[in-house]
Ligand binder design. Structure first.
Ligand code: FAD
Ligand code: NAD
Length: 476
């Protein structure tokens, strides 16, 4: 016997659960099935983001930054603390508690919306039948007018350094360490590498980051990337660019990684643990039967059109398992849009205006196009930069590093990109994102009143600087 639904969503990560909630809000009968298992064997909704990604990483970034600030800044504020000690067990307990609260919250949200939440592994069969295997091995079959695939992604493994989850670890392992490694190698200076490298350096590890590319943060505006590199190196992250890793030897609980430097010279570095952070790959293992009709592209992503349709009547795919940036908020918007499309409502995801944030200190955030992309496209633009050194609020916060940079079209004045490195950059980018969503001009931002003294004034001044009319900076 099968149970009939209007919509079945497979995956309850930040793409899947919003799709299920919005579909239920639209008056549809919805089931959301998720297979996530915690390391202790318990089930949880929320996917990678809540269980092993965004939320636990931000919890540890916050705790470790407080330790770092207490160590290096408090004395400048006139606060003497005596000897600081790290209680890693308490820090990890706080992280786990936040995760538990947030993932429990997803279950409550689904329930409150009237969606049926099921812990189990789902497989799409022909004609939108979905077979679900629950923890006890029981099987049930769901049928639906629409199925939304939101199966997410998993860490990419390096052939030369396969995970053993003790010495060679992935990002989830790295969030749950119970002791600070004395020496830590991070392979990949991408978002995960920089965030987790920062956490463990602040907690006392000597951290070497090996990055294959010679260009740091290749997708970011390079003025921003260079400022980030300077700051992160100054903090003690030993970032080695152009390092091509070839092998690793694990012996006696330690690891030696061999790599070639940019000149091709053989090098090696030893550590207690290695975090592999070289990207993530879409996950679709056993997600659909061969005759279900779903097609993967050459990189393993579920093939979809611009509106997340797979090409099979009533089957959609969203989030990390489809093309586009692997970001929680991108998946969320796709989930909401698909649920609205299913209900016959208007929906649109603006892929040109998706903010990116790296939660290091200083934070790094951007939206829209970089100076390099504008040059390559032959777009004539103007640039305004405002340093946080000239921001009263940043000075008061003892955080006067970095800058806000605004790029606007020279002919129409339309904002084309905003790149911020500095305190709370991840929050400040929201204003730039909204401005770009409304197709605002630099003048629109110039004429918008910003409260004083706030960090947001840096964005205001960067817009003024684009026309050489900044007030609070001599290099206008
Ligand atoms: P996922 O969150 O991966 O969820 C997919 C779910 O589907 C999982 O629960 C999985 O168990 C389930 N599933 C898969 N197959 C099946 C099946 N057959 N049956 C049932 N269930 C199934 N992004 C940000 O935007 N901001 C951040 O700060 C950020 N920090 C991150 C930090 C780390 C350490 C990591 C690893 C990632 C981070 N990300 C961040 C990326 C973010 O986690 C992902 O982009 C996001 O989780 C993708 O959402 P999703 O719903 O597509 O997939
Ligand atoms: P990433 O793509 O950001 O970075 C991977 C880095 O590893 C790149 O710089 C790449 O050049 C390098 N690399 C690849 N192969 C290598 C090799 N063999 N040796 C050395 N370096 C190598 O990927 P990530 O940091 O693993 O993160 C995965 C995904 O999770 C990203 O798509 C990201 O968007 C998402 N994420 C987002 C956030 C956030 O929004 N704050 C945080 C963490 C993760």
């Amino acid at each position: 016997m099968s149970e009939a639904f209007d919509v079945v969503v497979i995956g309850a990560g930040p793409a899947g659960y919003p799709a299920a909630i919005r579909a239920a809000q639209n008056g549809l009968k919805v089931a959301c099935v998720d297979a996530w298992k915690n390391r202790d064997g318990s089930d949880a909704f929320g996917g990678t983001c809540l269980n092993a990604g965004c939320i636990p990483s931000k919890a540890l970034l916050e705790s470790s930054e407080l330790l770092e600030r207490a160590r290096s800044e408090f004395a400048q504020h006139g606060i003497q603390t005596g000897t600081l000690t790290l209680d890693l067990a308490a820090m990890q307990k706080r992280r786990a508690g936040i995760v538990r609260t947030m993932t429990g919250g997803v279950a409550s949200l689904l329930k409150a919306a009237g969606a049926t939440a099921i812990h189990g592994t789902a497989r799409l069969l022909r004609e939108r039948r979905v077979e679900v295997t629950t923890g006890d091995g029981a099987r049930r079959t769901l049928t639906a007018a629409h199925v939304v695939l939101a199966s997410g992604s998993v860490p990419t493994e390096l052939k030369a350094l396969p995970f053993d989850h003790r010495v060679i670890i992935d990002s989830w392992d790295a969030l749950e360490l119970t002791a600070v490694p004395k020496r830590l190698i991070v392979i990949g200076a991408g978002i995960i590498g920089l965030e987790l490298g920062s956490v463990w350096r602040r907690l006392g590890a000597e951290v070497v980051v090996l990055e294959a590319l010679e260009t740091f943060l290749v997708a970011a505006d390079q003025q921003l990337a260079q400022e980030a590199l300077r700051n992160l190196r100054r903090q003690g992250l030993d970032i080695r660019l152009g390092a091509r890793v070839s092998a690793a030897t694990v012996a006696g609980g330690a690891v030696t990684v061999d790599y070639a430097d940019p000149a091709g010279k053989a090098q090696n570095v030893a550590a207690d643990q290695v975090i592999i952070a070289v990207g993530r790959r879409p996950y679709a293992a056993d997600l659909f039967a061969p005759d279900a009709g779903v097609v993967l592209d050459e990189r393993g992503f579920i093939r979809v059109d611009g509106e997340c349709r797979t090409g099979i009547e009533g089957v959609w795919a969203i989030g990390d398992c489809v093309r586009g940036p692997m970001l929680a908020h991108k998946g969320k918007e796709e989930g909401i849009a698909v649920a609205d499309r299913i209900a016959g409502r208007y929906a649109h995801v603006n892929y040109e205006v998706i903010p990116s944030v790296i939660y290091t200190a200083p934070e790094i955030a951007w939206v829209g196009r970089t100076e390099e992309q504008l040059k390559a496209a032959g777009v004539l633009y103007k640039s305004g930069v405002f340093p946080f050194a000239a921001s009263g609020r940043a000075r008061a916060m003892q955080a006067a590093v970095g800058f806000a940079k605004l790029l606007a079209a020279r002919d129409t004045d339309r904002i084309l990109g905003v790149h911020i490195i500095g305190p709370m950059a991840g929050e400040l980018i929201a204003e730039a994102t909204l401005a770009m969503e409304f197709e605002a001009s630099a003048e629109d931002l110039q004429r918008t009143i910003h409260a004083h003294p706030t960090l947001a004034e840096a964005l205001h001044e960067s817009a003024l600087a684009a026309d050489r009319r900044a007030i609070d900076n001599i290099n206008r």
